[in-house]
Design a protein around this ligand. Sequence first.
Ligand SMILES: [Zn+2]
Length: 354
Amino acid sequence: MVGLLELLLIALIILLIFGTARLSRAAATTKAAVKVGKKRLWVANPVTGEKEFTLMTAEKELALGRRSDAEVRQKWGLYNNSALQQYVQEIGFRMARASQRPELPWRFSIVDDSEVNAFAAPGGYIYITRGLLAHLCNEAELAGVLAHEIGHVNARHIAKRYTREHGAQAGLWLVRVFWPAARALSGWADKGLDMLFLSYGREAELEADRLAIGYIAKCGWDPLGLSDVLITLGRLQDASGENVVPWFSTHPLSPDRVTALENIVTHLKTRPTDTGRETYRRYIKGLSFGDGASSRIGFYLVQDGDTWQAIAKHAGQAQIDAATLAILNGHSVSKQPRAGDEIKMVVIASSDVP
Ligand SMILES: [Zn+2]
């Protein structure tokens, strides 16, 4: 039987985990800082300023980030192009330095993976795959993806999720101690890298989007870069009919996300319009594309009368269909390319890049 004291303990833990907002206000009012040893369990959220209960201190964030970084490097490896890595690092760092947590040891890295994804580890470690880079059309879009991930780190979304899960784990442990029948319930193992690929939830996504718009605009890029990425990846997902955009598994594309983003941009006092298209294209020329070792991103000058279908045929061995090519260039296949435009193209490395 579970005694009254045990029940009270369990109730207290549940209250601590799920009633943090109310408790945090109470804690702020009474100024009763709750500490266990030297570890602060109440910390101010860097974005909202509100005190929140946490099981992941800033030190733990850094330690987990370092460990995840080593695991990411070992599992996928980083893309072998130091100039491109440096470029992504600079774009990300510019925004991170202007954000709420400039002191974090921010690292922005390209993962050598053809999947379309981006993710963040605690402590400021942010990753984008070469598969997602291939689908971006300019620097503002790259900034959009990185800024969104910066938003998750700054708002401590990973720490909140960690606190919920590990708090629940602690609750479960207590239940098991005092209620042996519950021992059959499986424990919540340390999820390791999987922790980086859990969904944050709708509210956290909208908050990361809102923060991202601020970072992008503050650093001088067109803030619509982020919504443009979402539109492109939405097309990619629709065209295949399958879940080909893992980024959406962790950062779901709800119908109102693009509209919400555009609304925020409309209300900006000043809206930069720089997209950094040419610079971006210079850096991704020769980027590996897909799973094959030889397919690369090149460029093609659209001729009079060209269609996506006709241009796709030029790809030859690189084998790309018209819809994928249009999407790669930020278009819908129903809108044909304009003569004189230089579009992204998939080429075989051994052939001359046009
Ligand atoms: Zn997200």
